[in-house]
Write a protein that binds this ligand. Structure first.
Ligand code: C2E
Ligand code: CA
Ligand code: CA
Ligand code: CA
Length: 277
């Protein structure tokens, strides 16, 4: 039993070492990716459920590694841990604002761009100043920029309220991402000034069949509207989900039913097509 115990410990130890090695490798590759400008943004359309009109895009980062496209869930957590998220986040924000400015100039479309902000980025003492500088530099109307933060990000920060107020003063809007999946969502709504809730995909995916999920979506929409907040449903994949969300008064939707996140070439085609209509 002793030997077995020892062997098990060894296995666990090797696993840990592998994990550490993999993480260090990823971190090193991430640093190279930053200097080689190997990141790209894909843009997923945000659609007004009433009219079917395009209202904007959410920027989603990818890492181009040769033929491979690496998804954010695989590298954002590592970037958060090693601090590279500040550089990546700054690049994402600037690129997204440049794109939104282009949509406005080239296509005469006043489209919103939604940008994901990670916890460490939000917590940086100069975050608000950086956002302000990027807006000045790119000349984007501040109301066309929406920052998406999660409940957990807002919770761990003592001075969330002050930061959000400063961002509001800049004129940018704020969405709570993945709403309902964190803790004490209600406490946040009591204290913070925000503009939009995004219903997490986990609550959307089994509608309209699952009664409980429908009830949860309905409650979130009612809550948002009572507080004068806009509401976006994410992960809408079927016409039935879209019809249900529209029926309960959800303003905006995003999901594979309308479009996948689009790379630069696909985005150009999408916008050209949109402008013609
Ligand atoms: P998120 O903010 O909740 O983004 C929505 C995710 O759902 C995206 O995954 C999107 O591609 C995916 N999605 C959209 N519509 C559908 C659908 O109809 N069905 C399904 N199954 N999925 C759908 P993605 O691009 O892999 O991003 C994953 C997460 O990585 C994001 O979740 C966000 O938390 C994070 N992320 C992405 N870009 C950035 C970034 O620039 N900065 C930071 N800090 N985080 C980012
Ligand atoms: Ca998001
Ligand atoms: Ca989300
Ligand atoms: Ca989500």
């Amino acid at each position: 039993a002793k030997i077995q115990g020892k062997r098990r410990w060894c296995l666990f130890d090797d696993g840990m070492a592998d994990k550490v090695r993999l993480r260090m490798q990823t971190e090193q590759h991430l640093r190279q990716a930053m200097t080689r400008q190997a990141f790209e943004l894909h843009y997923q359309p945000l659609i007004a459920l009433g009219s079917g009109e395009l209202t904007g895009f959410e920027a989603l980062v990818r890492w181009r590694d040769g033929q491979q496209l690496i998804m954010p869930d695989r590298f954002i957590p590592v970037a958060e841990e090693c601090g590279l998220i500040h550089d990546i986040g700054e690049w994402v924000l600037r690129s997204a604002c440049i794109s939104a400015r282009e949509w406005q100039d080239r296509y005469q479309l006043p489209l919103r761009v939604a940008v994901n902000v990670s916890a460490r980025q939000f917590a940086a003492p100069d975050f608000v100043r950086r956002v302000g500088l990027i807006l000045l530099e790119t000349g984007l109307y501040p109301h066309l920029l929406e920052l998406e933060v999660t409940e957990s990000t807002l919770q761990i920060m003592e001075d969330s309220q002050r930061i959000l107020a400063e961002l509001k003063a800049l004129g940018v809007s704020i969405a709570i991402d993945d709403f309902g999946t964190g803790y004490s969502s209600m406490a946040l709504l009591k204290h913070l000034t925000i503009d939009r809730l995004k219903i997490d995909r986990s609550f959307v995916k089994d509608t309209p069949e699952a009664v409980r999920d429908c009830a949860i979506c309905r409650a979130i929409v009612t809550l948002a509207h009572s507080l004068m907040l806009s509401i976006t449903a994410e992960g809408v994949e079927t016409a039935e989900q879209s019809a249900f969300l529209s029926k309960i008064g959800c303003d905006t939707a995003q999901g594979y039913l309308f479009a996948r996140p689009l790379d630069a070439a696909a985005l150009a085609g999408y916008l050209a097509n949109w402008q013609q209509q």
